[in-house]
Design a protein around this ligand. Structure first.
Ligand SMILES: Cc1cc2nc3c(=O)[nH]c(=O)nc-3n(C[C@H](O)[C@H](O)[C@H](O)COP(=O)(O)OP(=O)(O)OC[C@H]3O[C@@H](n4cnc5c(N)ncnc54)[C@H](O)[C@@H]3O)c2cc1C
Ligand SMILES: NC(=O)c1ccc[n+]([C@@H]2O[C@H](COP(=O)([O-])OP(=O)(O)OC[C@H]3O[C@@H](n4cnc5c(N)ncnc54)[C@H](OP(=O)(O)O)[C@@H]3O)[C@@H](O)[C@H]2O)c1
Length: 456
């Protein structure tokens, strides 16, 4: 630890990566201002993690300890690129760290993608978790079958939320509007569609196992899908695959031997299918046309999906596209459009020649891409903070020139600025609303209401 009380860091984004960077910079003697567009902290821990996984959210206790440091301040309700600019931050701080996450979604680029009833999973997840920007979205769940495209953990979350019993949803912190809509959901079957085979699914083992223990849904895997092709067999046995892939295959093999218990709902895992068109009647989804794939070696020992030329139509009334999140450009911060990330070299933001820009850093999903669990961001932030410390020793940090009072400056832009104490009031208010209903909290979804409570 180096005692540098005069060095000031601004971190934009109060998700896991922002909080880990804050804790690590505080330990290095920096003072930290953590800025978020919302009055509420914690990013995807609040707005991504599934409501029926409340224990995962206990990680916020670690972040609360960080926030208790006397050199820490939280400024909620401030949007970089709208209320303040990158240049204004650089004028005021020795270090600026972008930890803004990747809130947008990848596109399939196929016909019918924007029909009513075809949604990015990002939006559905944000909606059921009460993200203020998604609270006014609507989802028509009055159909028999939904198709979820993608084989990651987000796809599993989405599938599970669609088939949970209302009794399982009601005691959670699912947004009130979603509890109501989900209770009336008519969907009886959810198909999870993988473009490659079961060996290449991106699920993690506990999430896949949970799918086999759902109260009101049988999990269905076709035994034929579990007869793996040669490329997959070789890959699975080699170093390209990891124990998670091998265990996933074991779990799915067990699923494929099950006789359905005749539960009211079904989750079907379907493989070697790529969406080629979302079919519609007028402007509403009626199905999805999928191309049937086979697995081939990509030349480097990795299995890739290759179209056979055959197609198949699957009737459905809802399509959820869960093929990964995507970062968006922010203000004039250097951006790599192809990967959807802030341009950086190991956490140092770089110019278009690849040269680090003094004083600007990045961490989390907007640094490395939208993958990894909450804990992955701890190491990621530590790597970025190591670069900051190196640059401090070498005298390569930013050179702030404006020394106005930060809080007054921010309040001049955002009259309803939220402090950490203000968030505490929102937190207690939400918990108090949840208590009589036996729920962890009732989430507020209106930013103006949150700001009013925070500033009361
Ligand atoms: C649906 C879903 C479920 C998940 N479930 C789990 C799970 O159960 N367990 C697990 O370990 N991991 C889970 N993860 C992964 C985990 O959530 C991520 O690894 C982690 O949240 C990424 O952290 P981050 O700080 O980079 O981004 P985020 O958590 O997205 O935080 C970014 C923050 O930046 C703020 N921001 C964005 N733009 C601006 C701006 N212009 N100005 C100011 N602020 C801004 C946002 O409001 C947000 O608070 C899940 C991910 C998703 C998508
Ligand atoms: N409970 C948890 O711990 C939890 C919950 C949610 C999320 N997370 C984490 O958050 C991260 C993001 O999860 P994610 O599910 O969004 O992403 P992900 O794990 O990267 O999965 C994306 C899926 O989309 C597929 N895909 C991509 N492009 C496609 C296309 N054009 N057509 C068809 N399929 C396509 C991918 O298939 P290919 O493999 O063939 O590319 C993959 O199956 C992951 O690290 C995840 O583990 C964790």
């Amino acid at each position: 630890m180096n005692d540098t009380p005069n060095l000031r860091a601004a971190i934009v984004g109060a998700g896991p990566s922002g909080f880990y960077a804050a804790g690590q910079l505080l330990a290095e003697g920096f003072s930290v201002d953590l800025i978020d567009q919302l009055p509420t902290p914690f990013g995807l821990v609040r707005f991504g993690v599934a409501p029926d996984h409340p224990k995962i959210k206990n990680v916020t206790r670690v972040y609360e300890k960080t926030a208790a440091n006397e050199n820490f301040r939280f400024f909620g309700g401030v949007t970089l690129g709208e209320d303040i600019t990158r240049a204004e931050l650089k004028e005021r701080y020795d270090v600026v760290v972008y930890a803004t996450g990747t809130s947008s979604d990848n596109r399939l680029g196929i016909e019918g993608e924007d029909l009513a009833g075809s949604h990015p999973a990002t939006e559905f997840v944000a909606w059921y978790n009460g993200h203020p920007f998604a609270a006014n979205k609507s989802f028509d769940l009055n159909c028999e079958r939904a198709v979820v495209i993608g084989n990651g953990n987000v796809a599993i979350d989405v599938a599970r939320m669609l088939v949970l019993d209302p009794d399982e949803v009601e005691p959670t912190d699912t947004a009130d509007h979603a509890i109501k809509t989900l209770a009336e959901c008519g969907i009886k079957e959810v198909i999870l569609l993988g473009r490659r085979g079961p060996a290449q699914a991106a699920f993690t083992n506990p999430e896949l196992l949970e799918l086999g223990e759902l109260k009101r849904a049988d999990v269905i895997v076709d035994p034929a899908d579990m007869e793996l092709d040669e490329v997959s067999e070789t890959w699975l046995a080699g170093e390209g695959a990891d124990p998670t892939n091998r265990r996933n295959v074991e779990i799915m093999r067990e699923y494929s031997t099950r006789t359905p218990e005749g539960k009211t709902h079904r989750v079907v895992l379907k493989y070697l299918r790529s969406p080629v068109e979302i079919l519609g009647d007028g402007d509403k989804v009626t199905g999805i046309r999928v191309g049937i794939n086979k697995i081939e070696d990509d030349g480097n020992g990795n299995p890739r999906a290759v179209p056979t030329g055959e197609t198949e139509d699957i009737e459905c009334g809802l399509v959820m596209r869960s093929i990964g999140y995507r970062g968006e450009p922010l203000d004039d911060i250097p951006f790599e459009p192809k990967r959807g990330l802030i341009r950086n070299d190991g956490g140092r933001v770089t110019d278009d020649q690849g040269v680090p820009i003094p004083g600007e850093y990045v961490t989390g999903w907007i640094k490395r891409g939208p993958s990894g669990v909450i804990g992955t961001n701890k190491k990621d932030s530590a790597d970025t903070v190591a670069k900051i410390v190196e640059d401090r020793e070498a005298g390569r940090l930013g050179s702030p020139s404006v020394s106005d009072d930060t809080e007054s400056w921010l309040r001049s832009r955002v009259p309803n600025l939220t402090s950490w104490e203000g968030w505490g009031k929102i937190d207690r208010h939400e918990i108090a609303l949840g208590e009589p209903q036996g729920r962890p909290r009732v989430k507020l979804v209106d930013v103006a209401e949150m700001a009013e409570i925070a500033n009361s």
